[in-house]
Design a protein around this ligand. Sequence first.
Ligand SMILES: Nc1ncnc2c1ncn2[C@@H]1O[C@H](COP(=O)(O)OP(=O)(O)OP(=O)(O)O)[C@@H](O)[C@H]1O
Ligand SMILES: [Mg+2]
Length: 316
Amino acid sequence: MMTNGSDTPGGELAPAPGHPVAPASGNPAGNGRNMQHSAFAGSGMATSSNSPALALRNVSKMYGGLAAVTNVSLSVRSGERRAIIGPNGAGKTTLFKMISGEVSITHGEILLAGRDISRISAYRRVALGLGRTYQITNIFPRLTVEQNALLAVQGLTWRKFNPFGTDGTKAMRQRIRQTLAQLHLEAYVDHEVRELGYGQQRQLELALALVGDPKVLLLDEPAAGLSSVERATMGDIVRGLPRDLTVILIEHDMDLAMNLVESVTCMHNGEVIAEGTPALIQQNPTVQAIYLGDMSIHNTRTPAPGSSATNTSNGR
Ligand SMILES: Nc1ncnc2c1ncn2[C@@H]1O[C@H](COP(=O)(O)OP(=O)(O)OP(=O)(O)O)[C@@H](O)[C@H]1O
Ligand SMILES: [Mg+2]
């Protein structure tokens, strides 16, 4: 898999996963441990059969003296759709990077279906069922759609094969074609990626994450930079993902996020400050205070005039 990380445990490359919700704590200084968890929340202590799909326990990340993420605890149940929201710099992408293994954790534990993956390589996390897309478009523009998909699959298989040959790749090609069709890209298999529109490129990134048949899928702003029509298409695609797939979604577009998920975690300054249903989160005074005057809760791609809120996330 392709990553742009530089702090990968085990020096390998790969992707990542997610958990349920608790009512908004309304405590800006709170963290995951102190939150009042709702019935959504799992213990993370059970056997793998009833363990959360993804659980984080007091996970922190320090970059030198900077605490990017502090004591975050989450529990996302199998099949759950969870949004992670929060202003720029809240620590959302860093959280994903720790889950995927793209960067090491400073403290805490990460469990995938009850299994401690905190210190295994990113590559092995993918093999265990973690899929991820990136905030910044991360595909090879001069390769075709199918070649990009074959490269993604190659990183997931135990046996070696020639991604551009024909031997032993029939089943993989079949799987790739099915996934590309799911993402409305079947007509573009032989097109170079640079010929695609930006919206289609983001759909391809999702296809690359799905082609490995992950159990937990992390989507980092999949609709970033898309037009409203493209965002609606991406929303339909995410909504149409298999129901047993656990999806954790970082999204600034609240209209989109709130229609896709049943639970929301709000981060601020590296901490979880609220969790709950979309309705509860939208009514939460602390969440409202964080976003008050910051139109980014609606769409950070078009900052309000005079606002200092900008989103540098997708580099567009
Ligand atoms: N490699 C790094 N080295 C040092 N600091 C970093 C690094 N990556 C992230 N940070 C810092 O960690 C904090 C959290 O960053 P992160 O990218 O996780 O935020 P985010 O919630 O994803 O923001 P955005 O909505 O803008 O994408 C920020 O202060 C950021 O500057
Ligand atoms: Mg980010």
